[in-house]
Ligand binder design. Structure first.
Ligand code: ZN
Length: 498
């Protein structure tokens, strides 16, 4: 085969895969936004077919042969083409090991599981979710062997979300985090908490919508290319670098919830919108890994969004929108309130300091579930025990316990640690930024352009062109969790005058 012809085939293949992805994503977006409640079944049929077609398109021997041809002529390819071939070859080896039947069954199962989980969570009924979770765990254990038969199953799954990360790496990381943070959390427990009651007054949705619009403007998110919708759980979904959708949830009695979810998802969107044009519609479009993605969202949410300079910058707008609720509050009081640290039950409402401990609970459970040393029936008990041990809180029921997150129902095992790693990467990026330019002067004026430009330059533009480890190295230097724990210890020592 001529090289030119092979490259054309490569491009066509990736565009077709992109089209299938768009179709599945559109159905998903519809299901969580405007679709009526009991419509999952028919959509499941369609999603199952789409997944099957996608599998057929990609997993066949012709694709393997094409990738082999291109792999052998690597020296004649551009860097981007070589990376595409590398990435697709890796995925092809994995996916071609999964029998088509299993692949489709799994797609159907995850679609159904989301519904079952929703109802189980609403009704505090773990027993209803248990059989589905057992199947999901069994599938993932099996898939782990397809992904990388040489790795322990949980390591193989972790590697899917963050290449190069395994349990040995995470055990070290979490141990460092626990050693440094637990004493601070204990010390804060003995301090007086700041008053944050004004965050829970009534905040009409209309005002919160205007606030979301304003925040997107501050983040430089062009509304012609980035939509904002409303869903129960906020998320970001990207079609390409000119079409990204984020969602939020407005709680009339919790101002910080939507405020920070818009900034968080906005951080994900900033990443996707900044990825270079040349790699669109290829397997390298999109953020490089979950950990790097979370480093961006949590960077904007916490390191910038919960800093005093940023709060001061947006506070006049908050007072303008909510004069009755915030008229007598100062920016400094608001800053203390949104940084209140207290061990709690719900991960997505957790503060920046205790957040990692929530992740550690899930990590321990996943490690044992996928490792085969914990049975699904014992998840609630283990969950409750670990919450008591790590956070010192009693879990009243499974709705506020092991049924709170959607990840497992979506088949995502190994995803949670990305949140913690992302937070740690972000802290290192901030430190490097501070060495290069004045971060806080402009941020204090509500100007995030330099911060965004730095992130675009070091992280965003590359998409999957570099590996996650290369991107982290590029932006952080050598990974050092103590930068993250030092940042937290210093921040909270100041806030609580420890
Ligand atoms: Zn996120």
């Amino acid at each position: 085969m001529e090289l030119k012809q092979a490259l054309e085939q490569l491009e066509t293949l990736q565009k077709k895969l992109y089209a299938y992805q768009c179709a599945s994503s559109s159905l998903y977006l519809d299901s969580v936004t405007v679709a009526p409640k009991d419509t999952a079944q028919g959509r499941g049929v369609a999603l199952g077919i789409l997944a099957g077609e996608q599998h057929k398109l990609f997993a066949g021997p012709e694709v393997g042969a094409l990738l082999d041809v291109l792999g052998e002529r690597g020296e004649e390819l551009t860097f981007s083409q070589r990376r595409q071939v590398e990435e697709l070859s890796r995925r092809w080896r994995q996916i071609s090991r999964i029998p088509a039947q299993e692949y489709m069954e799994y797609a159907r199962l995850t679609n159904e599981a989301s519904d079952v989980w929703h109802k189980a969570k609403e009704g505090n009924d773990f027993a209803a979710f248990r059989p589905v979770l057992e199947q999901l765990v069994a599938f993932n254990r099996k898939f782990a062997g397809y992904y990388d038969p040489d790795k322990a199953p949980y390591d193989a799954l972790l590697n899917e979300y963050e290449r190069g990360v395994d349990t040995a790496y995470l055990d070290r990381f979490f141990a460092a985090v626990r050693d440094k943070l637990v004493p601070v959390i204990r010390a804060i427990g003995e301090r007086e908490q700041p008053d944050d009651s004004f965050l829970y007054l009534e905040y009409p949705v209309q005002g919160q919508r205007e606030l979301a619009d304003y925040l997107m403007e501050v983040m430089g998110l062009d509304r012609a290319h980035c939509g904002l919708g409303e869903t129960e759980h906020p998320f970001t979904l990207e079609f390409n670098n000119r079409d990204v959708r984020i969602t939020t949830n407005y709680d009339e009695h919790n101002l910080a919830s939507s405020l920070y979810s818009v900034i968080h998802e906005g951080g994900h969107a900033r990443y996707e919108l900044n990825i270079q044009d040349d790699i669109q519609y290829t397997c390298l479009a999109g953020g490089v890994s979950m950990g790097v993605h979370e480093s961006q969202s949590r960077f904007y949410e916490n390191l910038i969004g919960r800093s005093l300079p940023f709060v001061r910058a947006i506070f006049p707008k908050l007072q303008e929108l909510f004069p009755a609720q915030l008229g007598k509050v100062t920016a400094e009081q608001f800053h203390r309130a949104v940084n209140r640290a207290q061990p709690s039950l719900i991960r997505i409402e957790a503060d920046e300091l205790t957040y990692c401990l929530h992740i550690m609970v899930r990590y321990e459970i996943e490690k044992q579930l996928i490792g085969g040393t914990l049975e699904v029936k014992d998840v609630p008990e283990t969950w409750n025990r670990l919450y008591k041990e790590y956070l010192g809180v009693d879990v009243p029921d499974d709705t506020h316990g092991c049924l709170q997150d959607s990840h497992w129902s979506g088949g995502s095992f190994g995803y949670f640690p990305s949140y913690a790693l992302g937070s740690a990467y972000g802290a290192q990026m901030l430190r490097n930024m501070e060495k290069e330019f004045d971060v806080w002067g402009p941020v204090g004026r509500g100007d995030l352009s330099q911060v965004s430009a730095w992130l675009k330059d070091k992280v965003h533009q590359y998409g999957g062109l570099l590996t996650p480890a290369q991107v982290v190295k590029n932006a952080c230097g050598d990974f050092d969790p103590s930068v993250y724990t030092d940042y937290l210890v210093q921040k909270y020592s100041e806030l609580y005058r420890l």
